[in-house]
Design a protein around this ligand. Structure first.
Ligand SMILES: *Cc1c(COP(=O)(O)O)cnc(C)c1O
Length: 375
């Protein structure tokens, strides 16, 4: 089925007993055990599983073409849980342009538990091949990446990971299952900060892992143990909100992506813009790979470097009216941020870089706003 049909039906069924078309929010933390010691619907205690989470997990698995999915309280909880499935001393290869929370997590938290990491420029698969060691268990991708929208070749990197007996995971938060299907390209795990496009309204925090392997596979069982015992699980209401956001996901992402492409063209032609990072532009170094592995658009995120330096970049961010200066992304409202200030000490973001999350406003209004701010 097409994604429009999947998002409308996955994880939803008319409720037994009430006939309700919209699922109820099951707030119960505990469920009755029957005489044989089993549970009528398979739920015993809501940290381990509950009806709203099960519906969301089923829907996310279907959207990514996976066999199983696990929902978490945030994107970072999903990433932490993935790393905790490996043994102490495991080596993970990450991209050097990367969501700053992930970089800080592996360096400041997981290093103390024995995780070892290498950061490489993954736009060249040979760099990843060189970084492989006998302890490498995971090749971790983020494509397009934050904040420079670098593109890596999922199929090539998954093959390199598998040759080394390692897994390949892709943070698909920015592309969403509307535009990119990493599992179909050979990845083993897809990561989402459902906080972003999947939630889509800047009002719920969540994360997910989607697996190619069956729910009974060793990886799925390990991750379910980390999820249930680690306990970083989303509330039933969070799951309900995320499921409610799914039917509009393709419409939102396609509109945001189409507007981002127009804004990228406008910025690229603007004399006060030094450089635009958007994989839809023919001038982007990863354009050919992105065109091959993404379908229907290049996403609603872009960044650009303002001519003149940091003061000029901050001035532009302060002069726009429709874009709100705030972090995060994927909501209905457009956001702008000076990424180096948000990331703070140790940032690798160019100091004149502004990142845009394009919302659902009319693209002409957004372009007019950027034009007056750059002018
Ligand atoms: C926001 C984000 C995360 C972290 O998600 P949270 O829900 O904020 O914990 C991870 N990866 C990417 C690419 C993100 O944009």
């Amino acid at each position: 089925m097409h994604i429009e049909t999947l998002v409308t039906h996955a994880g939803r069924e008319v409720e037994q007993g009430t006939g309700a078309l919209t699922p109820s929010i099951t707030l119960a933390t505990t469920f009755e055990r029957n005489a044989e010691g089993g549970y009528a619907d398979g739920h015993s205690y809501s940290r381990m599983s509950n009806p709203n989470r099960a519906a969301l997990e089923s829907a996310l698995a279907q959207l990514e073409g996976g066999a199983a999915a696990l929902a978490f309280a945030s994107g970072m909880a999903a990433i932490t849980s993935l790393m905790m499935a490996f043994e102490s001393g495991a080596h993970v290869i990450l991209p050097d342009d990367l969501y700053t929370g992930t970089r800080r997590l592996v360096g400041e938290v997981l290093a103390r538990w024995g995780l070892t990491v290498s950061f490489t420029d993954q736009t060249d698969p040979e760099n990843v091949r060189t970084a492989i060691t006998t302890q490498t268990r995971l090749v971790y991708l983020e494509t397009p990446s934050n904040p420079r929208l670098m593109v890596s070749d999922i199929a090539a990197l998954a093959a390199i990971a598998h040759e080394a007996g390692a897994l390949c995971a892709v943070d698909n938060t920015w592309a969403t299952p509307v535009l990119q299907h990493p599992l179909a390209l050979g990845a083993d795990v897809v990561i989402h900060a459902t906080t972003k496009y999947i939630g889509g309204h800047s009002d719920v925090l969540g994360g997910a892992l989607v697996l190619r392997d069956a729910p009974e596979s060793p990886l799925a069982e390990k991750l379910r143990t980390v999820q249930g015992l680690g306990g970083a699980v989303p509330s039933p209401f969070d799951c309900w909100l995320l499921l409610r956001s799914l039917p509009t996901l393709p419409l939102r992402v396609r509109a945001q992506s189409a507007s981002a492409a127009l804004i990228a063209d406008f910025l690229e032609a603007h004399p006060h813009v030094e450089r635009v990072h958007y994989p839809g532009l023919a001038s982007h170094a990863g354009h050919c790979i992105a065109a091959r592995q993404m379908t229907g658009g290049f996403g609603g995120m872009l960044s650009f470097e303002v001519a003149g330096g940091v003061a000029q970049a901050l001035a532009v961010a302060n002069r726009v009216h429709l874009f709100t200066q705030a972090t995060s992304l994927g909501g209905v409202e457009s956001l702008i941020e000076h990424r180096a200030s948000v990331e703070g000490a140790g940032t690798r973001a160019p100091e004149n870089l502004l990142r845009l999350s394009v919302g659902l406003e009319h693209p002409d209004d957004l372009i007019a706003d950027l034009a007056q701010a750059l002018g």
